[in-house]
Design a protein around this ligand. Structure first.
Ligand code: SF4
Ligand code: SF4
Length: 357
């Protein structure tokens, strides 16, 4: 029987509440025969050649991913690793306030620019990215997954690919009781859950949202660590992700389209939250004399250059360029250099992250 794969990407922290939610969702989903439940480490940390991504690459059709990432971040991390599809509509998501929804609607109405997404070849399938942060109730994830599973069957019929089994399970959805008779949750590992054991290490790199990116090349000019590159048709890509400096989100502040995401950053707008609210894109300096996003970005990049034992970009040179071009975009004046092995600052950041404060 064809089954809908549901992938659970575990969080990085050891927070017992998060672990508990992951296990409860996996166990409850595994009670449903029409689902294939696969648990794997955090997809941001995995490399394309990892067992986790090899497993994902074997899925041809629709699938659901549940992770501790914003939906947008999850989708474009998968894309970066060769797992492509159209973003499926979801109903279970973190609340957005009216202003945020209005901003997004306005963005869509005003959008006349050509985006990289328009040029990409996307396979004809849907990837549904759910966020663990959307609810603390495992049953809500089960409900949403079953809704998507039923919708997926419905699409097959519309496209003339109906089969009797799919029809039957749509008309008679599987019993939605995941609890045992005594009310206890099934134990992970004893149910129909497959776990991919992939010892990944923590990583930090930018992810490009190609539905926003216009291929303007601001980022490749700004980053002096050789993270960005271009493909055969001169489209921007994150070429050397592990050259990125841990904790540095500088280029996300200079991207004019807010297309660069750092999924593990504490600021929601930089981590891929739906709206730009909370980020530094609004030029507060015009209102309050606060530093604007480009100045903050330049300072963050300079800090990383100095930590790597290199010279910061001269201030007067920066200001000249800003006056000339209106941004701090610049020609490469220092060769893009990879960074060395993780230094003690990196380890400290790892340790702080693991505390999950
Ligand atoms: S700066 Fe932003 S919009 Fe421009 S190429 Fe880079 S990611 Fe795309
Ligand atoms: S500018 Fe900083 S954050 Fe952006 S890719 Fe380069 S090193 Fe990473």
């Amino acid at each position: 029987m064809p089954r809908l794969p549901v992938i659970l990407s575990k969080g990085q922290s050891r927070n017992p509440e998060k672990r508990g939610l992951e296990e409860a969702v996996a166990a409850q989903l595994a009670e449903h025969d029409q689902l294939d439940v696969i648990v794997m480490p955090h997809i941001y940390d995995l490399k394309p050649e990892s067992e986790g991504y090899q497993t994902l690459s074997q899925i041809d059709g629709d699938f659901i991913m549940i992770s501790w990432l914003y939906t947008r971040s999850c989708h474009w991390i998968l894309d970066r690793n060769g797992i492509r599809g159209h973003a499926g509509d979801i109903l279970l998501s973190q609340l957005q306030d009216d202003d945020e929804l209005e901003d997004e609607l306005e963005d869509e109405l005003e959008d006349e620019k050509e985006r990289v997404l328009d040029q990409l070849e996307i396979p004809d399938r849907k990837i549904y990215s759910l966020e663990f942060a959307a609810s603390s109730e495992p049953s809500e994830f089960v409900e949403e997954v079953l809704r998507i599973a039923a919708q997926s069957d419905l699409l097959e019929w519309i496209q003339g690919k109906a089969n009797q089994e799919a029809l039957e399970r749509f008309l008679e959805p599987v019993n939605d009781t995941a609890m045992g008779a005594d009310g206890a949750l099934p134990v992970l590992g004893q149910t129909g859950v497959t776990e991919v054991q992939d010892p990944g290490t923590r990583r930090w790199y930018p992810v490009i949202d190609f539905s926003r990116c216009t291929n303007c090349m601001e980022c490749i000019d700004f980053c002096l660590f050789g993270v960005y590159g271009v493909d055969k048709v001169d489209t921007i890509l994150v070429d050397q992700p592990d050259n990125c400096r841990k904790g540095c989100p500088a280029c996300s502040r200079v991207c004019p389209e807010n297309a660069i995401v750092f999924p593990q950053h504490k600021t929601p707008a930089i981590a891929g939250a739906p709206s730009d609210a909370g980020g530094l894109k609004i030029d507060l300096s015009l209102l309050f004399g606060a530093p604007d996003a480009q100045d903050v970005a330049a300072r963050e990049r300079d800090e990383q250059l100095m930590l790597a034992g290199r010279s910061p970009v001269a201030k007067d040179e920066e200001q000249d360029l800003k006056a000339d071009f209106g941004t701090i975009s610049m020609e490469r004046r220092q060769p893009a250099e990879p960074v060395g092995a993780a230094d003690s600052l990196d380890s400290l950041i790892d340790d702080l992250d693991a505390l999950d404060l």
